[in-house]
Design a protein around this ligand. Structure first.
Ligand code: NAD
Ligand code: TYD
Length: 338
């Protein structure tokens, strides 16, 4: 069996990747290491928790006693675990430094000691390039992160690279654009707006709504990672972009239309401080390995919105019963509309 460690596997992309990996690779045994923060949920892995090829470990990546032995016995590490929400990083950055920076350091230290490790995938983000008014970021472009989330990810991205350059840890770094799909925590724009609209609640559109994101279906992201685990070159960075540049206003309109809801649900609110205007990735390097996104944005968005409509069991407990989430969201909303 190939031993695969997935950190953050109870989160959005991680849980989709665990499911994908178990389906795709009958010879893989996958261990999920996850702290189960507000964003990590056992429900995200409900259909694979009992799979004999999957083991779930509840723990913090920054806890060397827990994370170290798991990394040391792995053949492949796919490191998703992170604090990920920009708005939360603007409110309080401490957890972002703890997990995204210190946690990554702890995993890399263990990776130095590992004897059978053949791939360490550092999941980075397009946000490390900062806001790009024109053109498309290439892997060699300067990193100019502009909020505590993207700065913590940039630190981890370069720390991982340094462990390849210095200690020969078989690191590759991937920088993906905004992902969408099932099981995304409903603080992020697509699940938040879809679930609000299902209940006829207004959707808070920041600023002028003309910020641009490049949307990547999570399944296309998983396929890219799978390819790179085998065919990526250690020490290299790979952009993974969906090629779907959409303004937030256009995105919101499409979500509301998909649900048959009126545009009057759009509530313009105060902008996010330091709101990056646009991200855009050149994906020529990954295309050179034969990867192209397969999910057309129209189809992917429609099926994603339909997934939230069909699976209220998954998001209603968060939005209606999770007191911490309700307090967070109400405070955000009040601050932006006051
Ligand atoms: P998420 O917030 O949905 O999930 C993060 C997971 O990490 C959760 O399960 C959480 O419990 C876990 N976690 C947090 N701190 C931990 C710790 N100290 N120890 C162990 N587990 C911990 O995030 P996501 O959207 O799935 O993102 C996954 C990765 O992909 C992140 O590294 C993120 O920076 C990157 N990324 C995300 C996107 C996107 O659009 N979502 C785009 C590019 C890159
Ligand atoms: P988000 O899903 O938080 O991802 P990121 O900030 O990592 O790109 O936000 C996506 C875009 O949607 C971003 O430009 C901010 C905007 N947005 C809103 O307009 N309203 C919201 O309530 C949220 C959460 C985001």
């Amino acid at each position: 069996m190939v031993e695969v460690l997935v950190t953050g596997g109870a989160g959005f992309i991680g849980s989709n990747f665990v499911r994908f990996a178990l389906r795709q690779h009958p010879d893989w045994h996958v261990t999920t290491l996850d702290k189960l923060t507000y964003a990590g949920r056992r429900e995200n892995l409900h259909d694979v928790m009992a799979d004999p090829r999957h083991t779930f470990v509840h723990g913090d990546i920054a806890d060397a006693a827990v994370a170290g032995p798991l990394v040391e016995r792995a053949n492949i590490v796919v490191h998703f675990a992170a604090e990920t929400h920009v708005d939360r990083s603007i409110q309080a950055a401490g957890e972002f430094i703890h997990t995204d920076v210190v946690g990554t350091f702890v995993l890399l230290e263990a990776a130095r000691r590992a004897t059978s490790l053949r791939r360490f995938v550092q999941i980075s983000t397009d946000e490390v390039y900062g806001s790009v008014p024109t053109g498309a970021s290439r892997e060699t472009d300067e990193l100019k992160p502009r909020n505590p989330y993207s700065a913590s990810k940039a630190a981890a991205d370069r720390l991982a690279y340094s462990y390849w350059a210095t200690y020969d840890v078989p690191v590759i770094v991937t920088r993906a654009s905004n992902n969408y799909g099932p099981y995304q925590f409903p603080e992020k724009v697509i699940p938040l707006f879809a679930t609000n609209a299902i209940d006829d609640i207004q959707v808070p559109l920041y600023g002028d709504g003309l910020n641009v994101r490049d949307w990547l279906h999570v399944d296309d992201h998983c396929r890219a990672l799978d390819l790179l685990i085998e065919q990526g070159t250690s020490g290299e960075v790979y952009n993974v972009g969906g090629g779907n540049e959409v303004t937030n206003r256009d995105l919101t309109t499409r979500i509301l239309e998909a649900l048959g809801k009126p545009l009057s649900l759009i509530r313009p609110v105060a902008d996010r401080p330091g709101h990056d205007r646009r991200y855009c990735l050149s994906t020529a390097k990954l295309a050179g390995l034969g990867w192209h996104p397969e999910v057309a944005f129209e189809d992917g968005l429609r099926s994603t919105v339909a997934w939230y409509a069909d699976n209220p069991w998954w998001w209603r407990p968060i939005k209606e019963q999770d007191a911490a989430f309700k307090a967070y969201y109400q405070a955000q909303y009040a601050a932006r509309t006051s």
